[in-house]
Write a protein that binds this ligand. Structure first.
Ligand code: NAP
Length: 237
């Protein structure tokens, strides 16, 4: 079968590795990071919206589209749903189960940036681990607040009220605990990315008694079949 996997997360790579020996698989990434080393065809870069993706599906005679993107990558998931309808290709999705708070966690869920800022009002030293968005909002840093922003790569804005930390994970519990302590963090801002183990930063926040302001997941489109485990999806093909 001719399959297009929209990827960008570890489980999508696993999916491609499992399906490639039996199917004609194309693995697609946005092109922001390093493309994975795969034996199947790897495509890097956007399609040009849902119309472009529909065109690709038709031209490549794709018979099965699989959305295995990150739960916060809502645009590409919306594009996939629209393109699948346009090109009349069945769409399945791997959707990572969300993490759930454990005893001792203090998670405060917020729906958007405005709610996030309101939730952070009484904190002085929040630590942002949600990608690049905080960098766009640095002029709004409230007086008396200092932001620590961790991301893969970015240019630091010209303000003494924000420290940029460009590093690639994963990080150990010891590293995260030391960072929270040494940077005197009083709130952690995170996404509920989900997946295997709860990230070390969330465990570190629990042990340190640091509240987590959790950006809620975007609502993703309905698909024909949805899987919470990669093995279930591969077995269904
Ligand atoms: P997004 O906002 O949903 O998508 C933005 C645009 O990037 C899409 O419209 C599409 O461009 C292109 N794109 C995204 N994923 C693609 C893919 N797999 N193949 C081809 N084009 C893709 O996505 P994002 O949040 O920037 O995430 C980009 C990638 O990083 C995704 O593959 C995602 O799985 C991965 N990722 C995201 C996060 C996160 O927190 N958002 C975390 C870890 C990994 P066109 O409209 O031109 O087709």
């Amino acid at each position: 079968m001719r399959i297009l996997i929209l990827g960008g997360i570890g489980e999508a790579v696993t999916l491609a590795r499992t399906l490639a020996p039996v199917h004609a698989v194309t693995y697609s990434v946005a092109g922001k990071g390093r493309a994975p080393d795969l034996s199947c065809s790897v495509r890097s870069g956007g399609f040009g919206g849902s119309e472009g993706l529909a065109l690709f599906l038709r031209e490549q005679r794709i018979e099965q589209l699989i959305d295995a993107t990150h739960p916060y990558a809502a645009q590409i998931s919306r594009n996939a749903a629209h393109a699948a309808r346009l090109a009349k290709v069945p769409l399945w999705a791997y959707r990572r189960p969300a993490w759930r708070p454990q005893p001792g966690d203090d998670w405060r869920f917020v729906a958007d940036w405005t709610a996030l800022m309101a939730a952070l009002r009484k904190f002085q030293r929040p630590f942002f681990t949600i990608g690049l968005e905080p960098l766009r909002h640095w002029p709004d840093i409230p007086p008396g607040q200092h932001w620590l922003v961790r991301c893969l790569a970015a240019k630091a804005p010209a303000t003494p009220h924000l420290t940029l930390l460009c590093v690639t994970g994963p990080f150990t519990l010891e590293q995260e605990t030391a960072l929270l302590r040494d940077s005197q963090i009083d709130a952690l801002v995170a996404k509920n990315s989900g997946g295997g183990a709860v990230e070390a930063k969330l465990a570190a926040a629990r042990f340190a008694g640091v509240p987590v302001v959790m950006l809620e997941r975007p609502v993703l489109p309905t698909v024909e079949r949805e899987f919470a485990a990669v093995e279930q999806l591969t077995m269904a093909l």
